[in-house]
Design a protein around this ligand. Sequence first.
Ligand code: 5GP
Length: 189
Amino acid sequence: MSVQPSTHVIDDIQEVLISKEQIEAKVAEMGGIISREYEGRDLLLVCILKGALVFMSDLMRCISIPLSIDTMAVTSYGASTVSSGVVKIIKDLDVPIEGRHVLIVEDIVDTGLTLNYLVSALKNRKPASVKICTLLDKPDRRKAPVTPDYNGFVIPDKFVVGYGLDYREKYRNLPFVGVPKDYVWNEEH
Ligand code: 5GP
């Protein structure tokens, strides 16, 4: 029997791990902390596409100090859920970062391989500082020594979707973070 595509993305979710309300409260709190810590500094938020898009757009509106934004795209998992360990910049920053305070905004730290590479690549460009802000942290799977400077939620070793995070480009538009139902892994694409 073939599996019919769901009408609503929420129908494919087995468990809501972090609710919309929990995310809203946490992002507001993080924005407040960042506003205080970066006051008087030239802050550049770097959104790692595409997963951090939703987080970044909410976070920046919770930061009250002047800032600029830029985006980067890197390969990490490809279409699979297992990290290849290979990191490649697909879209680089549009602006130089020398002397600026760079805050990388990422959806999740898993193995840490992506951020480990990115932080050292950006440090080579002589910014005043490079820090990491993530919504989610999955410390159980860490392979590289990465600790986010700002993190929203520590989560268990489960593959999650929603609030910008995808599975095969789907589920980014869910307003919460959740775990897909088992049949999702077996759907044909
Ligand atoms: P890392 O290099 O830390 O292993 O992987 C970071 C990237 O892998 C994240 O930016 C994200 O795109 C992807 N990733 C890691 N864990 C998950 C997960 O549970 N769900 C989704 N959708 N992506 C994940």
